[in-house]
Design a protein around this ligand. Structure first.
Ligand code: CMX
Length: 149
């Protein structure tokens, strides 16, 4: 069993990020964490943080950066809405092997680069009741610089 490290974020596919801050920050009270283009995934993302320290979950809004990106295809087929759920993991290579050994189809055999330089890998939605599932290993905090004696 994969160690329970919490839900990292919930991804929501949108046609455009424009105007979404009013809802997620202005009305729902999330903390806006900024935007980022994730070239590898062909998306522009915006993050909003919800919850008390140590128990946070992010909402990740995903805007496709080109018409052939997976998110563009998703919106074309199914409309805007919940796109994936991401679980925090450690040692993602081991988690990928573990999920494969359990008989589930992992889309990314080796981790890819996600937002915030997290390392990510997806499990195919056909094996997870139609919900695209992401394993997300947060980037290790940068070690503090060593001051010479
Ligand atoms: N959730 C649930 N089902 C999904 C889905 C999603 N997010 N995306 C696609 N599907 C379904 C489609 O509806 C379709 O179902 P039917 O066969 O019943 O019609 C099926 O999967 C195949 O869809 P497709 O449009 O033909 O797309 P592909 O097979 O080419 O790709 C998938 C599907 C999941 C393998 C691909 O989207 C993928 O690799 N996703 C992972 C990467 C990704 O989504 N990146 C964007 C977010 C990155 C980030 O968070 O930074």
């Amino acid at each position: 069993m994969i160690e329970n490290k919490g839900i990292n974020h919930i991804g929501i596919a949108v046609r455009t990020l424009e105007g979404k801050r009013e809802l997620y920050e202005g009305i729902l009270g999330g903390v806006y964490q900024g935007e980022e283009v994730v070239d590898d995934q062909q998306v522009r993302v915006a993050f909003f943080l919800f919850g008390a320290a140590g128990h946070e979950v992010r909402i990740e809004l995903l805007e496709p950066t080109n018409p052939t990106s997976p998110v563009a295809k998703f919106i074309e087929k199914r409309g805007e809405g919940i796109h994936h759920v991401a679980f925090t993991v450690s040692n993602i290579e081991e988690r990928i092997a573990q999920v494969q050994a359990a008989g589930l189809k992992v889309i990314d055999q080796t981790p890819r680069s996600g937002a915030h330089h997290n390392r990510i890998a997806f499990i195919h939605p056909k094996d997870t009741f139609g919900v695209l599932t992401e394993m997300c290993e947060p980037e290790l905090p940068t070690p503090a610089p060593v001051t010479p004696p």
